[in-house]
Design a protein around this ligand. Sequence first.
Ligand code: GAL
Length: 305
Amino acid sequence: MSIDEHLDPIPDSFILQPPVFHPVIPYGTTIFGGLYAGKMVMLQGVVPLRAQRFQVDFQCGCCLHPRPDIAFHFNPRFYTVKPHVICNTLQSGLWQKEVRWPGIALQRGASFLILFLFDNEEVKVSVNGQHFLHYRYRLPLSRVDTLAISGDILVKAVGFLNVNPFVEGSREYPVGYEVPCSRALPRGLWPGQVIVVRGLVLKEPKDFTLSLRDGATHVPVTLRASFTDRTLAWVSSWGRKKLISAPFLFHPQRFFEVLLLCQEGGLKLALNGQGLGATSLDQKALEQLRELRISGSVHLYCVHY
Ligand code: GAL
């Protein structure tokens, strides 16, 4: 069977939109594949000291005139004594009835992590790990294809994630996994299978290690990132190190995605959507793999194969 035939069952949702780092504000981007229940947008940033307001708009199209409909307008305001958030929908150029959420955990001068989690009927928003609000859609989610960010905000990173592309009905915020994290590979790896690891690099990272072990606790393949010398390398079972010559794409406090595609004769690697070549491993060794283990200075959101 060819690799392409094996690839067919892989859902499109695996094709992750690369994260965006330090975009110039106002910023707009197409949301690849649009929005649907189970999709999540993460926003990392800082509220400037003299911020008045900023807004994150999930909108239907990107044309400037006429103004596109905005399915979800998320608008923190800091100019009042108590900062609050206004949510609303813009339809045919008219704002609808706005909803006010007091007590937002965003502060002038402070950094934040906001998660927008899109469900069937509503979007849930968490701020710095705490659920903050939910907003029922007034326009169909399927019409949203553009993210626009403007106002007084410094964006460090925008990430696009699927809560879990395989588990229907999983609509919770990602719990996050502790490291070291281990997953059993009961039947080894076969051409066409994909391992996806998504997470956030911690503040003062040392290293990141992803290893594939067999039943006899041999470790035929290890992918290791070292933050001290900013190198990424494959390490073989007998400790031979093969540097991957590519820009170092892991950064402190930024999201990353490692994708390993199993193909005949080895594993293909992509980091943050960029192909970084392959490492060779014969089919027998791939079939005999039994465990995926991840350790190092990261917080994991998704470990899937
Ligand atoms: C208006 C404001 C808009 C938008 C809207 C939301 O007063 O001018 O930018 O925030 O409220 O209801």
